[in-house]
Design a protein. Sequence first.
Length: 319
Amino acid sequence: MKNRSPHTSNTLHKTQPYASVHDLLPSTPVLTHAPTESHQMGGGILSEHPSLFVQQKTNDWFQEMLGFQAETGFNVTTQEDKKTVLMYAIEESSFWMRFLLGSIHEWKMTLWRGAHKTGIPVAKYYRPLRLQPAALKCCCYQEIQHENSKGVPIGATTEDCWTCVPRFNITDAHGKLEYILSKPTCLYGTCVNYWAEGICTCRVPFYIFEPGVEQVKGNEAGKLVKVWKGLAEQLFTDSDNFEVTFPTESVRSKESIEETRARLMGSLFLVNQLYFEGSSDGSTQRRNMNNVFSHNTMNGNGGFSNLPGEIARSVLRHS
């Protein structure tokens, strides 16, 4: 057997190198795309439902009796099945902030998929401290800032300058006006249309209008409506129910619809805080009779009262 020369050995190593350890291992599939935004916002749950039902969680009997204003929580279901909880939201704020500032206190809130905080985050919200809604304000407008589950801003809902009927502008992540949130009006926008949802239905609507349209019944693209829960619950519990009907947006992408509906859910949380919570003097008398019997403009928080509410209070005082 002939000995292999060093020259021949070196040539062999250069022309046919040995395989590395990594080359000998089985190949592993590699992700070729990043998770989409719909996965980041609760797996696209908001785009799956054209309407939702929002139930505010009731405080325990001890809090109700003493008038303590607890952190606000919500269960979100469909309007057809009100027992299966799709999403859950809970406010984050301090006791003293709620006690001293009432309905204008600062808070943060997260909307979770599922019935608990252990689910997938859908959206996040931040509501800064601002002055109570009022006509002809020039600064300190009410506002809620919307974020996706990663904390990336996706828009805001801000109080507009108004004279007779409160109005809020809903803007996207680029500051572009997307929708206007307002109660339906009549008499050329000078009055609230109390009967837009029917006579004696005790439904308090905030309609979602596209920019540039007259803010009257029939022009709405969607709506947020506080609904009647029954006399006992309205008078003696610390919770409200809402029906949410989203605008129809079939031509838009799923990710865009998710962000829009996340902004509308945040707008609902802001409206609830301003018009159906305790007053700004620190009291927690949430069940003021304007809420129960009428579609008032300012809901007892400083502004226009209305005849139906006054009649109801007078009857109760003398009964």
